[in-house]
Design a protein around this ligand. Structure first.
Ligand SMILES: [Zn+2]
Ligand SMILES: [Zn+2]
Length: 401
């Protein structure tokens, strides 16, 4: 097993520096000017020739001196519109926050890039490094694929790592899995209820959209509770209900919006279909009408069986019981399949792919906040390990394939 962990350890300070810089300048979506200029500058310093294949989407390669296949390593770089409330010395200087840990991913891949460059002559094939924008809005990976990400050279396999705080394991422990379902498909929906507004004292002259919204909110639970087999994974959450702006006015409209998470495409289609049917049925019962819109869809991440078993074997050899565990062996931790989503899904549809996770903070050490929370924080001791895993796994896979 190729073991580059000692080299990663030597770069620990540099990787922490990358992370802290990125953490201070979080940017959103497909427009990451500060982040991408930092990443490009660092890559050029290491001897790379990074290319921006679409807005804020960077690709570069290393190796290619020995014949072989191409292995893709992916990091996402975008942040979230959350104001950071924890007073860290490297606290965000903008109104955005790296609350999902994508600053970790980018810093880890920069670390791996530096290690791989030193071993360029020994790589059996090519490692392609992908730094993507727009993961949180599910558009970055798709846009990069449309702009040639997987061609020239053609990618044969791909791996990503996502950090996960609040796991009872040493920081930097890799969480593998044997489950082929990596992350759930996501669909956002907005239901607009059209009623008929009027005076709060004369409800008989109106069609009350708030009444419809209330019934609809309850009725949608029917799909989770009674229409999908209990062993199937699905989540349907209404996260927003809006309507009205005065106590004595019945408004004209109300909206409900939320998210659906599924793994299987037939379940995904069924839930969307039933959401429309239930919405129409409830609305017509109360003389209103609805308009249902779906947006921000993303398929599920599918781990490739063979690549997954190869990687589980490499990671165990590399890290042992101390640094690696298979989530499938500990179902009570619910780490096996994610109810979160990942736009790496689009890559997993095209090439054999695996999604790995990295423990970045134990509960007992105070890493208690979940991702996307304004007070979430991550244990930096995991950073170099993530870089070492990226580099070692890529070189080992290319050597064996
Ligand atoms: Zn996120
Ligand atoms: Zn994320």
């Amino acid at each position: 097993m190729i073991d580059l962990m000692d080299e990663a350890k030597k770069l620990e300070e540099t990787i922490i520096e990358h992370r802290r810089y990125l953490h201070q300048y979080p940017e959103l979506g497909m427009d990451l000017p500060i982040t991408t200029s930092y990443v490009k500058e660092k890559l050029i310093e290491m001897g790379y020739e990074p290319k921006e294949i679409c807005d804020s989407g960077i690709v570069t390669t290393v190796g290619g001196k020995k014949p072989g296949k191409t292995f893709l390593l992916r990091a996402d770089m975008d942040a979230l519109p959350i104001e950071e409330t924890l007073d860290l010395p490297y606290k965000s200087k903008t109104e955005n926050m790296h609350a999902c840990g994508h600053d970790f991913h980018t810093a880890m891949l920069l670390g791996a890039a530096e290690i791989l460059k030193k071993h360029e002559d020994e790589i059996n094939g090519t490692v392609k490094l992908m730094f993507q924008p727009g993961e949180e809005i599910f558009t970055g990976a798709k846009t990069m694929i449309e702009n040639g990400l997987l061609e020239n050279p053609k990618v044969d396999a791909a791996v990503m790592i996502h950090v996960r705080p609040g796991v009872d394991a040493q920081p930097g422990t890799v969480i593998g899995t044997s489950a082929l379902e990596g992350a759930a498909a996501s669909d956002q929906f907005t239901i607009t209820v059209q009623g008929k507004g009027g005076h709060g004292a004369m409800p008989d002259t109106t069609v009350d959209p708030l009444n419809v919204a209330a019934h609809l909110h309850i009725a949608l639970q029917e799909i989770n509770a009674r229409e999908v087999h209990p062993s199937e994974f699905m989540v349907l959450t209404v996260g927003q209900i809006h309507g009205g702006n005065a106590a004595n006015i019945i408004p004209d409209t109300a909206t409900l919006s939320g998210t659906i998470r599924t793994y299987k495409s037939d379940i995904r289609e069924f839930v969307k279909k039933r959401l429309v049917e239930v919405s129409n049925g409830v609305a017509s019962t109360f003389r209103a009408s609805v308009d249902v819109e779906f947006s921000k869809g993303c398929p599920s991440v599918l781990n490739d069986k063979e690549l997954l078993s190869d990687l589980n074997e490499y990671l165990y050899k590399l890290l042992g019981d101390e640094g690696y565990f298979n989530a499938s062996d500990f179902p009570e931790l619910h780490l096996e399949r994610m109810s979160g989503s990942e736009d790496f899904a689009y890559i997993s549809e095209k090439v054999p792919s695996v999604m790995l996770r990295l423990a970045v903070g134990r509960l007992e050490d105070g890493y208690t906040y979940p991702q996307h929370h304004p007070m979430v924080t991550f244990d930096e001791r995991a950073l170099y390990k993530g870089a070492g895993v990226y580099a070692s796994v890529a070189m080992e896979w290319l050597r064996n394939n």
